[in-house]
Design a protein around this ligand. Structure first.
Ligand SMILES: Nc1nc2c(ncn2[C@@H]2O[C@H](COP(=O)(O)OP(=O)(O)OP(=O)(O)O)[C@@H](O)[C@H]2O)c(=O)[nH]1
Length: 785
């Protein structure tokens, strides 16, 4: 109540508290308030007298407990920025968007059905258009659920998917196993299920992050016949791995475990295995909670705990997620009665509003009309089999249909964005090369991905027909060379990629091969849409393969430009997924030294599959001098090497970054800058896994000491880091003392008024990194060890 005495108050920040109720009778006295931050509390409603704050421009209510949008906000006639993410809102009022001067608005992670979250992500403009459309005609309800079938190989996923879709038992032969992902549609009563059948082979996990999306029903198929109650590895492969990945990627998903092959088990075995699996899953979820609470406790009791507030905040957000794993349902996928049983369980689940609060979406009728029109265009005789279409062409096609002649570009963009987010079409409007291209058949694009991401890629080289080789101006012996390059370096020449894709297209799409090939691979020397997409998703990296020295080069003069070989090096594509060895990197690095500056980024529960390979692609596109291996890579900047390696052992998963210790004090900063630039890439990548906890630590420098030093918060955008005031840190275990900059990127003490603050800032596709040498005054410090 004392706050009401602050009658001149303009800015009030009460975020990150435990406020449940904001009382009436305070805001009435704060007429000058322009900025109010109440995020991360437990607020369910706002007092009515907030309406008296007619100057309020900024209001942040994110991460609270609001279920019904507070009407009082509609009276704030000056409001420009409003944040209501991570509440429990179902509906947003139209007046908010059509009557108020809002410029910035965010509402992700609610339970929105009106407008659906997929519309809200599109931003204010899309939301305004949505409401304008709703005012024109009566709203329709859309009941649709993305259903993802996950699980190890040969679990029965495809059998289930196909049997459900076709209404009869469909047996899947061994040769017909899923490669990549298959998509199908299925209607149960008025609910439309979109089935995404993911292949279980290891190679495909790399693309999973692209397609595993929140707000879906996850069906985890576990082969009960293969399951062994006394084998931890089997549990991890069939169950643990998947649960951990879901915990990291979609931590609030609903998971239905299915025990398939129950007909192949003995009497009593099914029940025994069911209980065992359920118990183990409950154990993982319980352990997860304990671990997170343990981290939170450790951070709370730290000295200088304010330096860890970002980490603490993120940990607390993670405890809000709960992966809901249902009881295991045993099935015989070859018995249609069991398939029907599954069908009714699925229906029951999606009807449960607690589990799926936003399955029902409220949409203007034009959304459905356009969806039907898009479907018609995709299926029409005149449309190519690949279903790839330029945006403007699609617009003109749809404009010919029924009463859609008034459909404008902007509205079509809105609706396509929505259809993309629910998984019906694919439209990557943010990727330069394909921004104007709409993939009307998502499964086609996935088929294209699997031309190069597949478990039997190596064998493909052995069976390329001669006419395909000749057509691409190559010789019969070339595939042998390509195979050798693939085996040793995981790289392809552009020609090799073209030939591989052409060969497979001929098998899968013989009638349409030419048009698809042209569309996806482009002309010689171009990247083509396929490789652009694979690069965008960090699955491959374009490299210049220059192994030969330039024999004709003149004498090298320091400072002058290096003379490149006359014929420029050929473009190749590196697929880190296929890297087999580490020796080249290890040789370059020449072993770890006790003196190295190094740190570890620990991942809990583990490093997500494909994470390290993508980090490699990100880092190598930034630092062009590099060596890569299966579990380590080496970057060079300003002549300094930096090693990054992966250790993904259970309970001890981390990415280690190492640099040689500089000789001179002023050189510490550039070395830490280099390390920090990789840390910022790791951070950026980890954002894609909302349930992944990451913490940075430096191992104690005493050889046998197991202790580690925690890193306080480092903001990637905060160029001027200053992590601690201490000059020396003491290890609590071995009691040795170390200069802080041996352990942490510590800015040497300087006068805050001093203008000498700059560092080289590089803005890359992946964010900002600060790298490079610069001089700063270093205070002499006396340190004992
Ligand atoms: N007897 C029996 N056979 C099953 C059952 N479920 C699947 N199968 C058989 O197991 C084999 C593998 O099934 P798929 O549906 O291809 O398995 P998947 O999980 O899609 O495998 P990937 O495509 O490799 O990921 C097929 O031959 C199926 O007919 C079951 O419950 N009982």
């Amino acid at each position: 109540m004392e706050i009401k005495n602050l009658i001149q108050l303009e800015k009030l920040e009460l975020n990150q508290n435990k406020i449940q109720l904001v009382p009436e009778g305070v805001f009435h006295f704060l007429p000058h308030l322009t900025f109010l931050k109440l995020s991360n509390n437990r607020i369910a409603d706002l007092p009515n007298d907030l309406a008296t704050c007619q100057s309020l421009k900024y209001l942040n209510l994110s991460h609270n407990w609001i279920r019904t949008f507070p009407d009082v906000i509609l009276e704030l006639r000056s409001i420009e920025e409003l944040y209501v993410e991570s509440n429990k809102l179902r509906k947003l009022p139209v007046e908010l968007f059509l009557d108020l001067p809002l410029k910035k608005f965010k509402a992700t992670s609610n339970r929105l059905r009106e407008p659906p979250e997929e519309v809200c992500i599109g931003g204010l403009k899309q939301i305004r258009n949505y409401f304008m459309q709703l005012q024109k005609s009566k709203a329709e309800e859309d009941k649709r659920v993305k259903t993802m079938f996950l699980g190890a190989t040969m679990a029965g996923k495809s059998t289930l998917c196909r049997s459900l879709s076709q209404g009869r038992v469909v047996s899947v032969s061994r040769e017909d196993r899923t490669v990549g992902i298959e998509i199908s549609k299925f209607q149960i009563q008025d609910f439309m299920f979109l089935f995404w059948d993911f292949a279980g082979q290891m190679e495909y996990y790399l693309t999973h992050h692209v397609f595993i999306t929140p707000q879906a029903l996850v069906i985890l198929a576990i082969n009960l016949q293969r399951y062994q109650t006394d084998d931890e590895d089997v549990f991890n492969n069939l169950v643990g791995f998947w649960i951990n990945n879901l915990l990291m990627r979609v931590p609030d998903a609903v998971v239905l475990p299915l025990g398939t092959h129950k007909d192949c088990c003995m009497v009593g075995e099914v029940e025994e295995k069911k209980h065992h699996i359920e118990g183990k899953i409950a154990g993982i979820l319980q352990q997860r909670k304990i671990t997170l609470n343990h981290y939170i406790h450790n951070m709370d009791v730290k000295k200088e705990s304010e330096l860890y507030s970002d980490q603490l905040q993120r940990l607390k957000e993670m405890t809000d997620f709960s992966l809901r794993v249902l009881d295991l349902l045993p099935l015989d996928c070859t018995d249609y009665q069991d398939i029907e049983k599954l069908q009714s369980v699925m229906l029951q689940l999606v009807k449960d509003e607690d589990l799926f609060p936003n399955v029902v979406k409220v949409l203007p009728p034009v959304y459905r009309k356009v969806e039907n029109a898009v479907y018609k265009v995709a299926e029409s005789e005149a449309t190519a089999a690949h279903g790839i279409m330029e945006f403007n062409y699609l617009l003109s096609e749809i404009a010919h249909m029924g009463d859609l002649d008034k459909l404008d570009k902007e509205l079509l963009q809105d609706i396509l964005r929505y259809l993309h987010r629910i998984g019906l079409i694919i439209w990557y409007e943010d990727i330069k090369h394909v921004a104007n291209t709409v993939f009307l058949k998502p499964s086609f694009l996935i088929t294209m991905f699997k031309m190069l991401i597949r478990h039997d890629l190596e064998q493909q080289f052995d069976c390329i027909p001669v006419d395909v080789l000749v057509g691409e101006q190559t010789f019969k012996r070339d595939p042998l060379k390509w195979k050798a390059m693939f085996q040793s370096k995981a790289m392809f020449r552009q020609k090799a990629v073209r030939v591989l894709v052409k060969h497979q297209l001929q098998r899968f799409y013989p009638r349409h091969m030419a048009e698809i090939f042209e569309e996806m691979m482009g002309h010689w020397g171009e990247n083509g849409k396929l490789l652009s997409l694979l690069e965008h998703f960090e699955i491959c990296l374009q490299v210049r393969n220059s192994t030969n020295l330039n024999a004709a080069a003149q004498e090298f003069i320091p400072g002058a430009k290096w003379m490149a070989a006359a014929n420029s090096p050929e473009t190749c594509y590196l697929f880190p997924l296929y890297l087999q060895q580490n020796y080249e990197v290890a040789e370059r690095w020449a072993g770890d030294h006790q003196e190295d500056l190094h740190m570890r980024a620990y991942c809990s529960p583990e490093i997500p599959e494909g994470f390290f390979q993508r980090l490699m692609v990100k880092s190598c596109s930034f630092y062009k001098t590099n060596w890569v291996g299966q579990k380590m890579f080496l970057l060079v900047n300003n002549g300094k090497p930096l090693l990054i390696k992966e250790n993904n052992a259970k309970g001890d998963s981390y990415i280690e970054i190492r640099c040689r210790k500089p000789y001179k004090k002023p050189d510490f900063r550039p070395v830490w800058d280099f390390i920090l630039s990789i840390v910022s890439l790791i951070r950026k990548l980890s954002d894609e896994w909302p349930g992944l906890h990451m913490c940075l630590r430096t191992p104690c420098r005493t050889a046998s000491c197991p202790d580690e030093f925690d890193w306080p918060d480092v903001l990637s955008t905060n160029i001027e880091y200053y992590m601690t005031k201490e000059e020396v840190k003491t290890c609590e275990t071995c009691c040795n003392r170390f200069e802080t900059e041996l352990l942490l990127p510590k800015v040497p003490l300087w006068d805050p008024e001093s203008p000498q603050r700059g560092s080289n800032v590089y803005v890359t596709n992946y964010g900002i990194a600060t790298v490079g040498s610069h001089s700063v005054n270093v205070h002499k410090q006396k340190v004992t060890r």
